[in-house]
Design a protein around this ligand. Structure first.
Ligand SMILES: [Zn+2]
Length: 135
């Protein structure tokens, strides 16, 4: 993917939902799904998209007007039932320090038309403790 950090290695346990997403887009283009069916982002999700979303460098497949943003959520036993939205690796590290192993869900959202779909999921766990730093 363009714009991805060069050091990003494929994450073990990552599941890509592009196929499911593309078939929804196809159904929409064929007229089998309406905008009401596919552009149903929850207000909470839109809020997270505006506050914590990272630009996905990809136009919205529905309105083709707006750049998509990715919103990441972490789910874990010590996190809120609706998941904890986070932005960036540092915040994820903070969450895994608190909650241990978490499941991360990346949702693509269009802030303009409210299109949303799961993009991918992956597992994250707290970074292994290193030798105590000499500070
Ligand atoms: Zn859109």
């Amino acid at each position: 993917m363009r714009g991805a950090p060069a050091a990003a290695a494929p994450t073990p346990g990552q599941v890509d939902y592009r196929l499911a997403r593309n078939s929804v887009v196809k159904e929409f283009k064929r007229g089998r799904l309406s905008r009401l069916d596919v552009c149903d982002a929850h207000p909470e999700l839109l809020r997270a998209a505006n506050g914590l979303g990272t630009p996905a460098d990809q136009p919205c497949p529905i309105c083709e007007d707006e750049t998509l943003v990715h919103v990441s959520y972490a789910f874990g036993s010590r996190l809120p039932p609706g998941g904890a939205a986070f932005a960036g690796a540092a915040e994820l590290a903070k969450l895994t320090r608190r909650a241990g192993d978490v499941a991360c869900y990346v949702v693509e959202v269009c802030p303009a038309c409210s299109w949303n779909h799961l993009a991918r999921t992956y597992a994250a766990s707290a970074a292994r403790r290193r030798r105590p730093s000499s500070s």
